[in-house]
Design a binder for this molecule. Structure first.
Ligand code: ADP
Ligand code: MG
Length: 326
C-alpha cells in the first residue's frame, strides 16, 4: 500500500505548494474560518497547517489517511457537480507516504483531541493529544524517502514563492477566510477576513496591491444563466507582466484558453493593445455546463459550449472597457 500511495503521490504531490493546496482545501471543506500555514525552508523542512474547522473524531483518524476514504463523494451526481473542492480521497495517504506526517484533531463534540503519526507510510497508534476544535497537520521532510523526487525541489525561496502564489489565488476567491502564512518563523502574509460584500476590494488590495485596486473596473454582468463578476485592471505604465491574471469558474481557479483568448481580445480591441491584461474574474454557471478535468493537479475545465462562454466574456469586458474610453 505504501508503494501505491507513493505512486499516487507522484500525481498529487509535486512540491510543497501542492501539499499546501491539498491541506488548505481540506481545511476549507471542513468549514474552517481561519487557517494558519507555517513553513520552514520553503516547506521542504516543514509544512504545518492548522484550521478551526469541524475536525476529525479520534476513531476516524486512521480512516482519514487510508486510500479513497473520502467523506465527500455521496453519489455520481456529487462527483459531477464537484460541490466541494476536494473529491478524491488520496491526498492524505499520498502526502503521508512521502513525508514524516502527523495529524492532530478534535471535533466540537469530543472532550479531548487525538493524534496519529505516520512515517514513510507506517501508521502509528492513535494517541490522546490536546488540541482545540479543528485540525493540525504537520508534514516534515517532504520526499525524505524518495530521493529522486527530492532532487527536483528548487531553492527555498522558489518553493515558498509557489506557495505564496497559490495562496494569493485562493485568498482572492475566499475573502471570508482568514489566512496567515509564516516562513521560517516570520509572518509573511496575513489575509484578514472580509465580512461585508462591499469590502471585497480590501482582500484584492492585500493580494495584488494598491496599484491594481486604484486602477480597476468592477465587473458584474449576468445573462442567460452566465454571470461574470470581479475586477479588471486598467493599464498602468508600470505593469510589465501578465502575472496578475486570476480566473475562477464556480469558485475554482482555472487556466482556460477559451477564456484567456476572450479577455485578450477584449483588451486588444478597445485601447489596451500591447498592454498586459490584469484581472480577477469569477464566472458562475450551471456546473453541468462545465467538465472539470479529473486530473487532480491540473486546473483545466472544458465548457460544454465554449463559443457561448467566449462570446459572453468577450462582450462583457469589451463593453466595460469601452465605457472607460468615452
Ligand atoms: P478528500 O479531500 O478527497 O476527501 P483527503 O485525502 O484530502 O481526501 O482527505 C481524506 C478525508 O480526511 C476527508 O474526506 C475528510 O473527511 C478528512 N479530513 C482531511 N483533512 C481534514 C481537515 N482539515 N478537517 C477535517 N477533516 C479532514
Ligand atoms: Mg482533500
Amino acid at each position: 500500500d505504501t508503494l501505491i500511495n507513493q505512486i499516487a503521490a507522484g500525481e498529487v504531490v509535486e512540491r510543497p505548494s501542492s501539499v499546501v493546496k491539498e491541506l488548505v482545501e481540506n481545511a476549507l471543506d471542513a468549514g474552517a474560518r481561519r487557517v494558519d500555514i507555517d513553513l520552514e525552508e520553503g516547506g521542504i523542512r516543514l509544512i504545518r497547517i492548522r484550521d478551526d474547522g469541524g475536525g476529525i473524531a479520534a476513531q476516524d483518524l486512521a480512516l482519514a489517511v487510508s486510500r479513497h476514504a473520502t467523506s465527500k463523494i455521496g453519489s455520481l451526481d456529487d462527483l459531477e457537480q464537484v460541490a466541494t473542492l476536494g473529491f478524491r480521497g488520496e491526498a492524505l495517504p499520498s502526502i503521508a507516504s512521502v513525508s514524516r506526517f502527523s495529524l492532530s484533531s478534535k471535533t466540537p463534540s469530543s472532550e479531548h483531541g487525538a493524534r496519529l503519526d505516520i512515517e514513510g507510510g507506517k501508521t502509528g497508534d492513535v494517541q490522546p493529544h490536546p488540541h482545540p476544535t479543528g485540525t493540525t497537520i504537520e508534514v516534515r521532510d517532504l520526499f525524505y524517502n524518495v530521493p529522486a523526487r527530492r532532487k527536483f525541489l528548487r531553492a527555498e525561496r522558489t518553493e515558498f514563492g509557489h506557495v505564496e502564489e497559490w495562496l494569493r489565488s485562493l485568498a482572492l476567491a475566499r475573502p471570508q477566510v482568514e489566512l496567515r502564512v509564516s516562513h521560517n518563523g516570520k509572518l509573511a502574509k496575513h489575509y484578514r477576513p472580509v465580512v461585508a460584500e462591499d469590502e471585497q476590494l480590501k482582500r484584492v488590495a492585500e493580494a495584488l496591491g494598491q496599484e491594481f485596486v486604484g486602477n480597476c473596473l468592477t465587473i458584474d454582468h449576468g445573462v442567460a444563466g452566465l454571470r461574470l463578476h470581479g475586477w479588471v485592471g486598467l493599464p498602468t505604465a508600470s505593469r510589465s507582466s501578465g502575472d496578475q491574471q486570476y480566473f475562477y469558474v464556480n469558485g475554482r481557479a482555472v487556466k482556460d484558453r477559451v477564456v484567456a483568448h476572450a479577455v485578450r481580445q477584449a483588451y486588444a480591441d478597445v485601447l489596451f493593445h500591447g498592454r498586459y491584461p490584469a484581472f480577477v474574474l469569477f464566472l458562475e454557471l450551471d456546473p453541468r455546463r462545465v467538465d472539470v478535468n479529473v486530473h487532480p493537479a491540473k486546473h483545466e475545465v472544458r465548457f460544454r459550449d465554449g463559443r457561448l462562454v467566449h462570446d459572453f466574456v468577450f462582450k462583457t469586458l469589451h463593453e466595460a472597457l469601452a465605457g472607460t474610453r468615452a
